[in-house]
Ligand binder design. Structure first.
Ligand code: HEM
Ligand SMILES: [Ca+2]
Length: 676
């Protein structure tokens, strides 16, 4: 993990990157910064009274475990053999995130490992998937845990819309993609032969024995859905690691690699590499490439459509190409991706009007930069407070409400990499918010129909049928999301990617299995890493988990030390004002702190005048960026929206005409002085 963020690594980059050669005090700083999280001791502090007093106790500090012997000789393990990039200062972010951190140009880029706050936990200490209890017996089966602990209770959220749930998947896809997951159609194109550990009929294959990446989820004998049908397994392929790529010595634990930029930089729109970025640009007017059908703009067709959209009934059916391979996974996700693509082009068209002398590249980069700022603002000031609690965000310096002018909190010593605990455990808790049936809502906000999610996995054609696009957008902002609790919708626990079968996969079982695949530390160890009281017995867990759930855990696990983070984290009572328990809240808060202060291009940062927005531009982004306006501006013909679009319509959040909603004033980007 961060083990090689050490002086040796730092010297490597400093020596091979002439433009960054630093001497004197700055060099000392670079060496210290090279220790990354080890020197950057960060404190997460709590808010308000809660059942878990300790979370609100003095501090939590994240320091990484000491590097194992030999780690110091291995600077390449961080970049997995990639040559350190040569950085020149640029007004714009690179597409792949390189050189965001000028001292650590590879921080936050694709094909680097996730970070961790707690030590690895593999069966063999270095890479084998966790299967064994401390007692030596097998751990409880992932599917069994899903069935026993995460039923479909359909308890709906009284305040927040489905848009809150769905935007979460957008935020996630911007930040992480566990690499080498080749089984699901939503990820890299599958190489079926190599990765079919369990075939389409639910039978274990020969590959399951020959491919060490196979870790199929076995169907328990008492499975009410799959056992009667004779299903043996669900496919599961392990995530690619530093060891798979041969860039870690045998005594260093494997770390999973990510495929996208860690930065909140709309890599889902613009791609995480030049190879992804090139085919989606129009190379004209700074626009993204679109196809016009039915008088509306849609993303271009994925050349690999028969693989990516495998449920499509003909190769001519729409299957979109965007910056993210998962775009076609479910209709609501695709809806928001189309909104974002159109928003780029809307901004680009306005800039082109205002600045006829700008070329394609300038318009593209300026539009991208404004778009990213807008989404960062929505994420930090409108979306995240719903999940993390406003007070918590203020106290932990994730937001500065009421700030005028810049917030110069960029810290080059903070590694913006995504924490494994965040992407593999904590943020997946919000799979609990998913609703299986998506309402289609008219302009007068009446339900005119509903679609079943599992009928439309990897089939984005739905968006273009009978004006469904607007109906889906209004559905997102009208239908309540599911409550944040231990209930997971059966559309994702019994029917995930079911294709033409009656039943399908189980996302919760996959979350649990993935946690073991990634060698996540146990629930107890992770609590300790967060500075929360670590239960020693099952009874100790009663302080933050209900009696029924503790009893169920005790029934399933041989010892408290075996309890998975993914499992017990989702059983903790929510912290008041937040949508997760103390452990997940700690992890997610830490993540979004790093994502903010580890991003040199964060929109509120004004330290570098070549990068910063002008104070009036920043002011306009703060006043004009909103989820409501974003949806209004980029739907086909929606006329009205409630101002707080993550929140249900109510007498304090009534529908208003779209045109009356505040907007970013793009005339502030008119280049009168030839400045840009
Ligand atoms: C709307 C329907 C959704 C579906 C069908 C879905 C499906 C999936 C699937 C299949 C995976 C990979 C599972 C694995 O094999 O490990 C995944 C990963 C993940 N999902 Fe979801 N998801 C949905 C929504 C969400 C939402 C709303 C959130 C959070 C707010 C979320 C957060 C995550 C995260 C953090 C990961 C791990 C990403 C990575 O590291 O690769 N998902 N999801
Ligand atoms: Ca990104």
């Amino acid at each position: 993990i961060h083990l090689s963020y050490r002086p040796s690594t730092s010297q490597l980059f400093l020596q091979t990157t002439p433009s960054l050669h630093i001497t004197g005090p700055a060099a000392t700083f670079a060496r210290v910064a090279a220790f990354g999280p080890q020197t950057e001791r960060r404190r997460v502090t709590g808010f308000g009274p809660t059942p878990d007093a300790a979370f609100f106790g003095p501090t939590t500090s994240f320091s990484n475990p000491p590097p194992p012997p030999g780690a110091d000789q291995d600077p390449a393990s961080q970049t997995c053999g990639l040559a350190p990039p040569f950085c020149t200062k640029s007004r714009y972010r690179s597409i792949d995130g390189t050189c965001n951190n000028l001292e650590r140009p590879h921080w936050g880029i694709p094909n680097t490992p996730f970070g961790r706050i707690a030590p690895v936990n593999y069966d063999d200490g270095v890479s084998a998937i966790k299967t064994l209890s401390k007692t030596g017996r097998p751990l409880p089966n992932s599917r069994e845990l899903s069935l026993q602990l995460f039923p479909d209770l359909q308890i709906i959220d009284p305040v927040w819309t489905l848009n809150t749930q769905q935007w979460g998947q957008i935020v996630t896809h911007d930040m992480a993609l566990s690499a080498g997951e080749v089984q699901a159609p939503d990820f890299n194109p599958p190489n079926k032969e190599l990765t079919d550990c369990c075939d389409d009929n639910g039978r274990l294959t020969f590959t399951a024995q020959t491919n060490p990446s196979c870790a199929p989820i076995l169907i328990p004998r008492n499975d009410p859905v799959h056992a009667p049908r004779g299903t043996q397994c669900m496919n599961f392929v392990r995530t690619g690691t530093t060891r798979d790529r041969g860039c870690t010595p045998p005594n260093i634990p494997a770390e999973q690699l990510t495929s996208v930029t860690a930065f909140m930089d709309l890599s889902i729109v613009y791609g995480s590499s030049q190879t992804q970025a090139n085919p989606i640009r129009a190379r004209q007017g700074g626009r993204l490439l679109t196809i016009v059908r039915g008088g509306r703009e849609w993303p271009p067709q994925d050349p690999n459509s028969t693989v990516i959209c495998e449920t499509a009934q003909s190769p001519n059916e729409p299957c979109y190409l965007t910056g993210d391979i998962r775009v076609n996974q479910n209709p609501q996700l695709t809806t928001l991706q189309v909104v974002l693509m159109r928003e780029h082009n809307r901004i680009a068209d306005a800039l082109a009007q205002l600045n006829p002398h700008w070329n394609d590249e300038t318009i593209f980069q300026e539009a991208r930069r404004i778009h990213i700022a807008e989404i960062q603002h929505i994420n930090y000031y409108e979306y995240l407070p719903i999940l993390l609690g406003f007070e918590n965000m203020v106290k932990n310096k994730l937001i500065y409400p009421g700030a005028h002018g810049y917030v110069n909190d960029y810290n080059p010593g903070v590694d913006p990499s995504i924490l494994n605990e965040h992407t593999t455990a904590a943020f997946r808790h919000f799979h609990s918010l998913i609703r299986g049936y998506l309402k289609l809502i008219s302009e007068s906000r009446r339900a005119i129909g509903a679609v079943r999610m599992s009928d439309w996995f990897t089939r984005p054609q739905l968006l273009e049928l009978d004006n469904a696009f607007d109906h889906l957008v209004r559905g997102l902002t009208t239908q309540p999301q599911d409550f944040s609790d231990q209930s997971f919708d059966s559309e994702i626990t019994q029917f995930l990617f079911k294709r033409n079968n009656t039943f399908g996969g189980d996302l919760r079982a996959r979350d649990i299995q993935r946690g073991r695949d990634h060698g996540l530390a146990s629930y107890i160890t992770t609590r300790a890493a967060c500075g929360l009281p670590a239960p020693k017995t099952f009874a100790d867990m009663l302080d933050f988990i209900s009696q029924e759930n503790v009893a169920a855990l005790q029934n399933l696990y041989a010892t408290p030390e075996d309890v998975d983070l993914v499992v017990a984290g989702s059983l903790e009572r929510n912290v008041p004002g937040a949508q997760a328990g103390p452990t997940f809240l700690c992890i997610i808060t830490e993540q979004f702190y790093r994502t903010r202060v580890g991003d040199r291009y964060f929109y509120e940062n004004g330290a570098d005048p070549d990068i910063a927005f002008t104070p009036s531009q920043l002011d306009s982004i703060r006043k004009g960026a909103s989820m409501a306006r974003l949806l209004c501006d980029n739907s086909d013909g929606i006329q009205s929206m409630q101002p707080r679009a993550f929140q249900q319509i109510s007498h304090t959040n009534e529908l208003v005409p779209c045109a009356s909603l505040p907007a970013i004033d793009l005339t502030l980007w008119q280049d009168a002085r030839g400045h840009f």
